[in-house]
Design a protein around this ligand. Structure first.
Ligand SMILES: *Cc1c(COP(=O)(O)O)cnc(C)c1O
Length: 371
């Protein structure tokens, strides 16, 4: 008889619940017998504009190089980012998406016997990374669906080594101000690493919203993570990074796989980083779409959580899975958030104007039928 390798897996890994991605378009087409072109996917906070033409052109120029290993040091992207963000090249750590960097952080400083703090409804990768490292999670109840920073500072224990903050948070879209963040950082012990996840930073248009990178000099225990997956339109290319003290980056770079970002991803990221026009279009499309979808939800009588990201999470008023299924039948893919303990809510990403309309129309029809 074979050995039970599930039992033999290290306990941190054995206890994981795997990440549940949004349903791919091809899968729904197969399941429902729908035409792929008729399906609208608003489930993974992807950029509805598609990739920047500048990224595509850069990838095409790079294509003939894929037989070679990428530049493990990512010289071109490192230089471009260091200039853009006004940080030293040595402060940056690259990841296969920022998800990769979040896992590197947990693996570098967490272990059995220590704890990490994060909020209820915070991004699901934090509990996965903490558990996989064998550490204990301290989950702090949310306030108005957002991070309760005061309660999070109070929840810190002697054995706490890391705190995860998402600003804005996914799946709730909530955000905290610079003043609130500074007040929090002043309270936290300086031997605790504060990971500030700014995956949606480029979308936020609010003077009071903090730029974590501007706070790094003042708080050497702060690590800011960002990504090319959202406003920069490269979710499939998997390029993310953190900015931190050189000290922290040097540890992350020991563990980082030397080729965790591939040469096509790097080329695409370098190009779009300079593409002010693409970023401006992403932002304005999103802010208009957010307003449109929020108004539409309100008109249909659905309560929603005001969002600073490229998505809105709303209360279906009943069993969210029923509404989710009915929307699928109409070719509209949104995202259930039951894995966050939000059984009545669904998250919808902001799409192109016609995609937002398709969603609102489908939702209105579903509401007629089931609610
Ligand atoms: C999407 C997202 C990320 C990053 O995803 P990558 O594609 O791995 O860069 C990180 N944090 C939050 C909160 C997100 O929503």
């Amino acid at each position: 008889m074979g050995c039970d390798f599930v039992e033999l897996a290290v306990s941190g890994v054995r206890s994981l619940s795997p990440y549940l991605p949004g349903k791919p378009i091809e899968e729904l087409a197969r399941e429902q017998g729908l035409d792929e072109a008729d399906i609208v996917k608003l489930a993974s906070n992807e950029n509805p504009l598609g990739p920047a033409p500048s990224s595509l052109a850069s990838i095409k120029r790079q294509l003939s190089d894929i037989a070679r290993y990428p530049d493990g040091n990512l010289f071109n992207l490192r230089q471009a980012l260091s200039q853009k963000l006004q940080v030293l090249p040595e402060q940056i750590t690259f990841g296969n998406g920022s998800n990769d960097v979040l896992v590197l952080l947990a693996q570098s400083w967490l272990k059995p016997g220590v704890s990490a703090v994060f909020s209820e409804y915070a991004f699901v990768v934090y509990p996965i990374a903490v558990k996989a490292a064998g550490a204990e999670s301290i989950v702090v109840p949310a306030r108005n669906w957002g991070h309760d920073l005061e309660a999070m500072a109070d929840a810190v224990r002697e054995d706490t080594r890391m705190i995860f903050l998402a600003n804005p948070n996914n799946p709730t879209g909530t955000a905290f101000s610079r003043d609130e963040l500074v007040c929090f950082l002043d309270k936290v012990r300086n031997d605790i690493i504060v990971v500030l996840d700014e995956a949606y930073f480029e979308y936020v248009q609010d003077e009071k919203h903090p730029d974590g990178i501007a706070l790094l000099n003042q708080y050497p225990n702060l690590v800011v993570t960002r990504t090319f997956s959202k406003a920069y339109g490269l979710a499939g290319s998997r390029v993310g990074y953190s900015v931190s003290s050189k000290n922290i980056a040097s540890v992350l770079n020991k563990l980082r796989q030397p080729f965790n970002v591939n040469n096509l991803g790097e080329a695409a990221a370098v190009a779009v980083l300079e593409d002010e026009d693409y970023l401006a279009r992403s932002r304005s499309l999103n802010s208009e779409g957010l307003e449109k979808v929020a108004t539409g939800l309100q008109d249909q009588g659905f309560a929603y959580i005001p969002s600073k990201g490229n998505f809105i999470t709303f209360d279906t008023g009943g069993d969210a899975m029923v509404v989710y299924q009915k929307l699928l039948e109409k070719g509209v893919i949104v995202r259930p958030v039951a894995n966050y303990g939000m059984l009545r809510h669904l998250r919808v990403s902001i799409g192109l104007p016609e995609e937002n309309d398709r969603f609102l129309q489908a939702l209105a029809e579903v509401k007629e039928a089931v609610i």
